[in-house]
Design a protein around this ligand. Structure first.
Ligand SMILES: [Mg+2]
Length: 445
């Protein structure tokens, strides 16, 4: 694999030269002159760029500032540059990294969501909703039913999963940047219709985690990663569940040593395929294969051997770490002593940890819980331990899961896609009776 020392020369950001304290609202002008993507670094820089543009756009919208047309042009340029990569090998969407290596990168999520964003910004919300309504069966019926379901309620807690629930699924976590329309709909609902909006995801909080892929304005949501074991509160204070400090030191050492593998040309690719490297609370995950098996088995086995050697170097007697190899991911898990032996930490435990730190008054409903898989059920069950005044919306086409959720929580609505959930929430926030509540700084609603 070739090493790209320089950042891609494809983009430059123009200084706008304002002397007013409005720098954080400034949307970078992204200009492109199409050039080949030479490495994974180039590719992921290009993807990260879409967050750099979207975040200030959302901030401007929520501060009642009108964005300029060149911002939309920048979003379009980001999309065009991704399309240039995507269409290089149209049949397979394979990117050739060098003569020996190629990798299948699916950029369809980014391209699709950028198209939606530019449509939203160019045509406005009514036409946008009309546009996405054509992408789904019975869209109008689902949204109307959803609005009746929410019944103009103001919720105490709004506890939601992200991937597959409020965000369309994306093959690579690093690519799953939140779209502008998504942030506007969600943050509007969170600000106007709820007191405690909380994301709980199994992905990490940071490095690369939920805060790196989100573009909601600051201080709207509490972001919880690693199923709630670590979270960032509204005041941007970070909280972490207890972990034995001696074990944490070893974990940090492990993270540094595994992270150093990225510098090696033999191992760099593993940081960009599938899960990449994820540093969760008490767990490190690194991909050794992706869904399309684009990594030769010998190279994949070599990474496993290297990671195993690093782990054994830090923990010779195997008392601190456990290695779990799924074939696609290598998971190195910190052993944790439970009260009644080992117990899997779930999102219900995560919610209780968050409550112990920031007092959510869980006995006071109504609460709204949103999810899309069985791993989201524990947070619904946890809330129901405090009150029956709970509403759930699950995004699923799985009849068995839907049945299970309805059994647990009778006030449940099932919808087939994240975009339908987003539209329900975004529109509900327009019609709700305004209640004096918490507002994030800079939110002009
Ligand atoms: Mg999910």
């Amino acid at each position: 694999m070739r090493n790209s020392d320089s950042l891609p020369s494809v983009f430059f950001e123009k200084e706008q030269g304002f002397s007013l304290p409005t720098k954080e609202y400034s949307i970078p002008d992204i200009d492109i002159s199409l050039q080949p993507i030479r490495s994974f670094k180039d590719l992921f820089h290009l993807k990260a760029l879409t967050r750099i543009i979207r975040s200030p756009i959302v901030k401007n919208i929520f501060s009642a500032r009108v964005i300029n047309l060149s911002s939309i042009e920048s979003l379009k340029n980001a999309r065009r540059s991704l399309e240039d990569v995507y269409f290089r090998d149209y049949e397979t969407s394979i990117i050739h990294i060098d003569e020996m290596h190629s990798i299948n990168v699916d950029l369809s999520y980014e391209i699709r969501e950028l198209k939606k964003d530019t449509y939203y910004l160019e045509h406005g919300e009514d036409y946008f909703i009309d546009y996405i309504s054509k992408l789904y069966n019975k869209f109008d019926q689902h949204v109307t039913k959803g609005l009746e379901f929410l019944d103009n309620l103001h919720f105490n807690c709004f506890i939601t999963d992200r991937d597959g629930t409020t965000n369309n699924y994306c093959g690579h976590y690093r690519s799953s940047i939140q779209p502008v329309y998504n942030a506007v709909f969600l943050s509007r609902f969170a600000t106007l219709c709820t007191d405690n909006p909380i994301f709980i995801t199994s992905a990490p909080l940071k490095n690369f985690g939920i805060i790196d892929v989100s573009v909601n304005p600051d201080s709207v949501f509490v972001y919880a990663g690693s199923k709630g074991r670590e979270f960032l509160d509204i005041d941007l204070t970070e909280h972490r569940a207890y972990i034995d400090p001696a074990k944490q030191v070893k974990f940090d050492e492990l993270a540094v040593k595994v992270g150093e593998l990225e510098k090696s040309p033999d191992f760099e690719k593993f940081f960009y395929v599938g899960s990449g490297l994820q540093l969760k609370f008490g767990q490190l995950t690194i991909a050794r294969q992706d869904v399309t098996h684009s990594i030769p088995e010998q190279e994949s086995a070599s990474l496993l051997q290297n990671v195993t050697d690093i782990v054994r170097g830090i923990d010779p007697d195997g008392s601190v770490f456990r290695i779990l190899d799924t074939g696609k991911d290598i998971e190195v898990i910190l052993t944790i002593d439970g009260q009644n032996g080992a117990k899997d930490f779930d999102k219900g435990d995560g919610l209780k940890f968050i409550d112990s730190r920031i007092n959510l008054r869980l006995d006071r409903g109504p609460h709204l819980v949103c999810g899309d898989t069985a791993s989201d059920i524990p947070m619904l069950e946890a809330v129901l331990e405090y009150t029956d005044d709970v509403y759930a919306i699950f995004v699923t086409k799985d009849a068995e899961l839907a049945k299970r959720v309805v059994q647990i929580c009778p006030n449940t609505l099932i919808v087939p896609s994240p975009d339908i959930l987003l539209t329900i929430l975004g529109v509900a926030a327009l019609t709700i009776k305004r209640k004096k509540g918490r507002k994030a700084p800079g939110i002009f609603l």
